[in-house]
Design a protein around this ligand. Sequence first.
Ligand SMILES: Nc1ncnc2c1ncn2[C@@H]1O[C@H](COP(=O)(O)OP(=O)(O)O)[C@@H](O)[C@H]1O
Ligand SMILES: [Mg+2]
Length: 229
Amino acid sequence: MIINFTKAENSNVNIPVSGITNTFLTGPAGSGKTTAAINIVAELSKAKRENSGKRLRIVCMTQKSDWRTLSTLVEPERLKLLVLGDPESEPIHFNPCKIPYGILPGEWSDILADLFCRAYGLLASAKKIVVDVINELYKNAEVFEAAEKSESWKEIVPELSQKVTFSKIYKNIETRMNALADQERIQKDMFARILDRLSSFGRENSVESRIFGNAKRDQIKAMSDMPMT
Ligand SMILES: Nc1ncnc2c1ncn2[C@@H]1O[C@H](COP(=O)(O)OP(=O)(O)O)[C@@H](O)[C@H]1O
Ligand SMILES: [Mg+2]
């Protein structure tokens, strides 16, 4: 189902619940996407499941605090609002260094370093350093050994790898940089550029360290623990 709006239109639209399993709202900034989406979710929260007659519970994961309005429209016991990067609300905690189920450590370190370097405009030579550092930390955490030797590596690898964090990556790069001789200026510059991008992870209590630097709080578990009403 595709509904096409323009800003000037002021029309009521009725959307069947079954029609909004996957919904893509697009439009220029300020055109009312967030407002429309919040209203759709608020309406959905009143709908009942066909088979059980229970009302839906809402899990909202967002990076923007403007979704907070939703908490005035849906009862708190049926709403889990997780705002990425906002320590004032309940932020989504996750550790990108924790290897997802079924992925090999060598694959994950490459993906992680690649994403990091692309996001921060770092070159291939920086990526090599970042991969080396992540692999060393995985090795120290015995992640590679588990991946090679253990039958239940798919469960063990995520468990062991969560000890690795961006804060540890920061410290490892810092140590490597300090070990370089003064003459190795080009290398030192490269390390400094990577550290610059990771600087918030060099501070233990920064928002980034707290939210992405530990995997002790498992958000997925927090969500499934929410009671059904
Ligand atoms: N249907 C509407 N009628 C009048 N104003 C609206 C409507 N939808 C949104 N707005 C207002 O327009 C502004 C931008 O809306 P918003 O939903 O944040 O847009 P977007 O998410 O597309 O950037 C907000 O101030 C909002 O209150
Ligand atoms: Mg918006």
